[in-house]
Design a binder for this molecule. Structure first.
Ligand code: SF4
Ligand code: SF4
Length: 407
C-alpha cells in the first residue's frame, strides 16, 4: 500500500494545498461520518473526534480546509481559537480515508502541513508540545525521562551487543511510550521473540525518539533530526528489518521518505511478522497455545489505518482461540482512542472523553477486554476505564500472545 498511498505527498508549502482545499473540497461531509452503507449501529456513525466533541464545522477536516484557505487569503487572523481548532485534530486520518473527492488523499496531510505552517510563522506549537521538543533534544524522549533508563525494562540476560544477534539484521525498535510508560508491551514482545527463537537485537543506548510527537505537532525540523539519527544508526548496524510494536513508530518510519529521508530497510509491525508464523507453528503442533481470555474486541490504531494494516493482530487473536467481537467501527472506519496528534498532552479531558466514546462502543460488543497494538491506545484506554470505573480490561495483542504461550 505504501507507495500508492504516500503519493503525492511532496507538497512543499501550505500554499501547495490551496487548490485542494479551495476547489476539491466540495463540503460533501464524507469525512465526518461512517460511509452510510457501512453504518451498522447509528450510535456509532461519527468518524471525526474533534468535530463530534466540539460540534462545529471548523473542527472537521472540511472546516480546517476552509481555515487553510482563509489563513492563506488573510481573511482570518491568528487567535487562541484558531490554534485550538488546529491542535484539537487527533491526526486520526479518518477524514483522509473517506474523502471521496480529492482522489489524492490530502485532508490529513493538509492539516499536518497547517501545523508545520503554524510553527513556521511562530503560532505553534502549544506549550505542552514545546516541552516534547525540549525533552527530545535533551533526553531523546518526550517525557522528560533520563535517556539511560530507556532500556531499564530489558531482561537482565539479554545481550543486545551479541554479534550473532546483530548479524541477524533484525532490530526491534521499542519507542518512547513503550520504553517509559507501557514497558509490559516491550517485555511481552521480547519474551515471545525469544521463545520462538527469532534472532533480533535492539539499538540499546543509540535508540532515540522516532520523532512522531514532533512530526504530529508540526515540529518537523526536530522530527527529522531525531529520525535521521535512528536511520543512520540502523544503517551502520547493517539492519535489514525493523520490527516495531508501536503504531506511531510504524507510521513515522514508513513515512520517512516523505521528509526526504531514505529508509534502507523494511519496517514491519511485530504482529505482521508473527501472525503467519504462529499459525504455521500451531498447525504443525510445534507450539501449544492456551486461550488466555474468552472474548475480546479489537481496536485498530489510527496510525495504521492509512497503511491498511488491519488483519495480522486479528489473525493472532483468532489463532490463540479468542472469540473476537468486532466493534461497529473497525478497520478503515475505526474510531480514534483520543491520544494522538499531541491532543492528550495539551487537552487531557478531551482525550479521555474521546477514549470514553470508544470504550462505550467496545462495551456494546459484549466484551470486557479491548485489545490493540499501540502503547498510546492502551495507555489512554487504561486511564479512561479507571477514571470511569468501567469493567473493561486493556491488553496489547503481544501480551495476550505471551500469555497464550505460557510466558
Ligand atoms: S470528504 Fe473531502 S471533499 Fe468532502 S467535505 Fe470532507 S474534505 Fe471536503
Ligand atoms: S484527522 Fe481525524 S480528528 Fe483530524 S480532522 Fe480528520 S477525522 Fe477529524
Amino acid at each position: 500500500m505504501s507507495q500508492d498511498y504516500i503519493w503525492p505527498v511532496t507538497r512543499y508549502s501550505l500554499e501547495d494545498y490551496y487548490e485542494e482545499v479551495w476547489t476539491h473540497c466540495v463540503k460533501c461531509k464524507y469525512c465526518q461520518h461512517v460511509y452510510l452503507p457501512d453504518t451498522v449501529d447509528h450510535r456509532f456513525h461519527y468518524q471525526c473526534p474533534s468535530g463530534e466533541v466540539f460540534k462545529f464545522e471548523a473542527y472537521y477536516a472540511s472546516g480546517r480546509n476552509e481555515l487553510i484557505r482563509a489563513l492563506l487569503e488573510g481573511e482570518v487572523k491568528w487567535s487562541d481559537r484558531v490554534r485550538h481548532i488546529i491542535y484539537t485534530c487527533t491526526i486520526c486520518g479518518a477524514c483522509e480515508a473517506w474523502c471521496m473527492f480529492s482522489g489524492r488523499g490530502y485532508p490529513l496531510k493538509a492539516i499536518e502541513k497547517l501545523r508545520e505552517y503554524a510553527v513556521e510563522v511562530g503560532q505553534g506549537p502549544l506549550p505542552a508540545h514545546k516541552k516534547f521538543a525540549e525533552s527530545v533534544q535533551v533526553n531523546h524522549n518526550p517525557y522528560g525521562e533520563p535517556h539511560q533508563n530507556r532500556f531499564a525494562w530489558l531482561p537482565s540476560g539479554f545481550a543486545p551487543r551479541d554479534v550473532s544477534l546483530i548479524e541477524s539484521g533484525v532490530v526491534y525498535f521499542v519507542g518512547c511510550t513503550t520504553s517509559y510508560r507501557r514497558m509490559e508491551i516491550a517485555q511481552a514482545t521480547v519474551k515471545v521473540l525469544e521463545h520462538l527463537e527469532i534472532p533480533f537485537t535492539v539499538m540499546d543506548g543509540e535508540e532515540w525518539c522516532c520523532g512522531s510527537p514532533l512530526f504530529r505537532t508540526g515540529q518537523v525540523k526536530g522530527g527529522v533530526e531525531t529520525l535521521a539519527h535512528n536511520i543512520e544508526v540502523l544503517r551502520k548496524m547493517k539492519a535489514k528489518k525493523l520490527i516495531v510494536s508501536c503504531a506511531g513508530c510504524y507510521k513515522t518510519f514508513r513515512e520517512a521518505p516523505r521528509y526526504g529521508l531514505k529508509l534502507p530497510l523494511e519496517v514491519i509491525h511485530v504482529t505482521q511478522l508473527l501472525a503467519p508464523l504462529i499459525k504455521e507453528l500451531a498447525g504443525k503442533g510445534k507450539i501449544k497455545l492456551k486461550r488466555p481470555i474468552e472474548k475480546s474486541t479489537y481496536h485498530d490504531p489510527c496510525h495504521l489505518r492509512l497503511f491498511r494494516m488491519f488483519e495480522p493482530p486479528r489473525e493472532i487473536l483468532r489463532a490463540i482461540g479468542i472469540d473476537l467481537a468486532e466493534m461497529p467501527r473497525n478497520r478503515l472506519n475505526s474510531f480514534c482512542c483520543g491520544y494522538g496528534g499531541g491532543v492528550r498532552a495539551e487537552f487531557k479531558d478531551y482525550a479521555l472523553q474521546v477514549a470514553s466514546m470508544r470504550l462505550e462502543e467496545a462495551k456494546s460488543t459484549g466484551a470486557n477486554v479491548i485489545a490493540s497494538i499501540c502503547p498510546f491506545c492502551k495507555h489512554n484506554f487504561l486511564e479512561t476505564a479507571g477514571v470511569l470505573g468501567l469493567n473493561m480490561k486493556t491488553y496489547d495483542v503481544m501480551e495476550l500472545l505471551a500469555k497464550a504461550l505460557g510466558l
